[in-house]
Structure formats: structure tokens, C-alpha cells
Write a protein that binds this ligand. Structure first.
Ligand SMILES: Nc1ncnc2c1ncn2[C@@H]1O[C@H](COP(=O)(O)OP(=O)(O)OP(=O)(O)O)[C@@H](O)[C@H]1O
Length: 390
């Protein structure tokens, strides 16, 4: 059900507009204001999906209403109603951010079309917002330890720059989350975020995965294919587990970083790419360099900024909040009332050895929720730990 407000001082025009709209769609809720001041008061109190606003009005004209409206709710589309003498002003309002304008007397088809498009726009904007909220919820970084605060502040500082970042830390510590936020808080956030898990791709395929290939480059290459670097153009590529990348792929990545160009496997044509590289590893790359398994020049190119994510054992202060977070999340996924962990249960969990880090903590919380009562006690946790160790 869409809610529309007509701000118009001429009674007759208000009535015609309302009639046309309600005849078209009975589900519209159409409200009226006879001047701009009243209109703004109503906008403050209600959630409208669209405003139709006259340009020439006493007390507060359409331009003033438009700019007040944009301050109150920048996503709310405002369609201006222009009389004979104010077409130029109508065009000016478009520059100011009005959604569109219609002329008086209103042409039925044009009015309905404009209203429909504007309402679709509102719906899309709302859906987008909800999706963004959902996505950022998925990537929430929970915890209040000093270590995590430092990481968040580092993300805020580094994200808006073009600097390459190497994220280090054990498996399951949240390296991918850090990479996600570095992209999300950068100027590139409208572009793609492409993740490549270098450890999961067989070494003979990694180059084709990263740089693409041309038809006939190898037996199974039956057509041209773009690689992940090309797919990440204008955005960010996240090279996860970079310590597992073959030396020959490393050489090619180095070239891509130095020249901002890639070549598809089997082709000598350069393709320009504009990609920010973020890499992560659970390995000690200095050791890998000493063992000649990782190129030192590539390391220096990648590690312009180093972010180390400490293991959960090094930031136990985050554990209680993480337990609460996962409990609520799991209940949300299962559509059940969240269970609670009593203080003693949390205290035992805080002291355990979390070699599997946050991923392991989530799994343990999930299993305890399945097995335990509504209130999970220290006894449940002890039993579970015993079961695990046998
Ligand atoms: N601070 C945090 N708050 C909430 N969830 C977190 C946090 N850190 C990590 N997680 C969750 O833990 C899981 C593991 O995190 P992530 O995949 O980012 O770790 P990783 O270091 O990249 O692991 P791997 O090296 O195995 O790829 C994910 O489900 C992630 O959402």
C-alpha cells in the first residue's frame, strides 16, 4: 500500500489529482496539504512513499518544500507540479533532486506513469537498504576487546586509501571479515568484491582462474573466459590463503600489481585492470620466503599495510559477546526463542583452548544450543567438553 501526499494550494487541482490516483489504484492512500508548511508537518509525522508538490504556493513554495524534504528523507521522491509560467523552475528543481515534474492541468497518462515509476523507485530504495542492513549484519564484527577495536580503527583509516593490505592470522579469526570491511568502507564499494581462495584451487588451474584464458589455451579451454582480476575491475580482489599460491602464479600476480595489466592464459594481449588487492594468509610469509616458497618482491608489494588478526585465545574478552551474538543468530536462523548461557557456563567457555578460533566457537555454541536446556549451565558445558575429549 503506497502512501502519497499532495501539497497544492489549489483545491480543484488537489481534487483532480486525488481522483485520478484513486481511480487508478484503490490501494493508494492519498493525503492532502494545502500549503508547504502543512505539507512539511505531515512529512515529519508520516511515512510517505511519494510527494506531489506544487511549485507556486503561498507561505512556503515548492523549492523550499523540496529542500526541506530532502533534509528530512533524502530517499523520498518528490514530483513537482508546475503551472504555465514555471517550467524553467521545474527544470531547476530537477537539478536540485526532484524526481520529475508534471504540468498543470495534469495529463492523466503522464501523471500515472510518473507516479508508478517514482513508487517503484521508493520500493527499490527500501529493498536496497534492507539488503544492505542484512549484508552488514552478516559481516558484523562482534567483540569489545582492545585488539578488535584496534583492527576496526585500522580498517577505518586504511579502507579509504588505495593501499594494498595483507591480513595475517590463524584460520577462523575473521580475516575475511576484515577484507570485506576494507572494501565496504572504500571508494570502491560500488564495484565488485571478488574472493579467490588460492588454497582451494589446484595449482594448474590457479592462473586461468585469476587471469582467464583463451580458447585452446589448454585441453579443456573450449571458449574464452575472463579471470577474477578482470571480474574485480573497479573493485577489490581478495586473495585468501595467498601463501598457498604457486610460484608461477605469484610471478603473474606481481606483474598485475606492477603494471595494472593482466594477460589471459594462452594470449599475449594485455588487458588493463583497475583492481585493489587485499590478501590474507595463515602462514608466516617470512618463513615461506626463507624457504623460497614465496617471492619476497611480491610480499613487499602486497604488505603495504599489515593487519594481524589475533587468535581468539589472545582476546578472550570477546568470547561472552560472541556467545550472545551467535545464540541470537542461531535462534533467528532456527526461528526459535534464543537460549541463554548462565555466567558459569560462559566462564568455562572463556577459558577453553580455542585453536579453531571464532568458527569453532560458533560450532560449539550451536551444538550446546541443540543439546542443552533453555538455560545452558556449566554442567552442560562440562559434559560437552568431556564428550569432545573422549
Ligand atoms: N568478530 C567477529 N564477530 C562475529 N563473527 C565473526 C567475527 N570474526 C569472525 N567471525 C565469523 O567467524 C567465521 C570465520 O571468519 P572468517 O571466515 O572471516 O575467518 P578467516 O580468518 O578468514 O578464516 P580462514 O582463514 O579459515 O578463511 C565466519 O563465519 C565469520 O562470520
Amino acid at each position: 500500500m503506497s502512501k502519497i501526499l499532495i501539497i497544492e494550494d489549489e483545491d480543484a487541482i488537489r481534487r483532480v489529482l486525488k481522483k485520478i490516483l484513486l481511480e487508478e489504484e484503490q490501494n493508494y492512500i492519498v493525503e492532502e496539504a494545502e500549503d508547504g508548511l502543512l505539507g512539511i508537518e505531515l512529512i515529519k509525522k508520516n511515512n510517505y512513499d511519494l510527494i506531489l508538490c506544487d511549485i507556486k504556493m503561498p507561505k512556503m513554495d515548492g523549492l523550499e518544500v523540496l529542500s526541506a524534504c530532502q533534509k528530512l528523507n533524502p530517499d523520498l521522491p518528490v514530483v513537482m507540479i508546475s503551472g504555465h509560467g514555471d517550467i524553467e523552475t521545474a527544470v531547476e528543481t530537477m537539478r536540485m533532486g526532484a524526481f520529475d515534474y508534471i504540468s498543470k492541468p495534469p495529463d492523466l497518462n503522464r501523471l500515472l506513469n510518473t507516479v508508478r515509476i517514482a513508487l517503484d523507485h521508493t520500493q527499490l530504495a527500501q529493498e536496497n537498504k534492507q539488503l544492505k542492513k542484512k549484508v552488514s549484519k552478516k559481516f558484523e564484527m562482534i567483540g569489545n576487546s582492545e585488539e578488535l577495536e584496534q583492527i576496526k580503527s585500522m580498517i577505518n583509516k586504511v579502507a579509504p586509501t588505495e593501499a594494498r593490505v595483507l591480513i595475517t592470522g590463524e584460520n577462523g579469526t575473521g580475516k575475511e571479515l576484515v577484507a570485506h570491511w576494507l572494501h565496504e568502507k572504500s571508494e570502491r564499494n560500488k564495484g565488485p568484491f571478488i574472493e579467490v581462495n588460492c588454497a582451494a584451487i589446484p595449482s594448474e588451474l590457479i592462473e586461468s582462474e585469476l587471469f582467464g584464458h583463451v580458447k585452446g589455451a589448454f585441453t579443456s579451454a573450449n571458449k574464452d573466459r575472463a579471470g577474477k582480476f578482470e571480474a574485480a575491475n573497479g573493485g577489490t580482489i581478495f586473495l585468501d590463503e595467498i601463501g598457498d599460491m604457486s610460484l608461477s602464479a605469484q610471478a603473474k600476480v606481481l606483474r598485475a600489481l606492477q603494471e595494472n595489466r593482466v594477460q589471459r592464459v594462452g594470449s599475449d594481449k594485455d588487458i588493463k585492470v583497475d583492481v585493489r588487492v587485499i590478501a590474507a594468509t595463515n602462514k608466516n610469509l617470512k618463513d615461506e620466503i626463507a624457504e623460497k616458497r614465496f617471492r619476497e618482491d611480491l610480499y613487499h608489494r602486497l604488505a603495504v599495510i599489515l593487519i594481524h588478526v589475533p587468535s581468539l585465545n589472545e582476546r578472550r574478552r570477546d568470547i561472552p559477546e560472541l556467545i550472545r551474538h551467535f545464540t541470537e543468530k542461531i535462534a533467528g536462523e532456527q526461528g526459535t526463542k534464543p537460549k541463554t548461557f548462565d555466567d558459569k557456563a560462559i566462564s568455562i567457555l572463556e577459558q577453553l583452548d580455542w585453536t579453531g578460533n571464532i568458527r569453532e566457537l560458533r560450532n560449539v555454541v550451536e551444538r550446546l544450543i541443540i543439546l542443552g536446556d533453555q538455560q545452558i549451565s556449566d554442567k552442560d558445558v562440562k559434559q560437552f567438553v568431556q564428550l569432545k575429549s573422549t
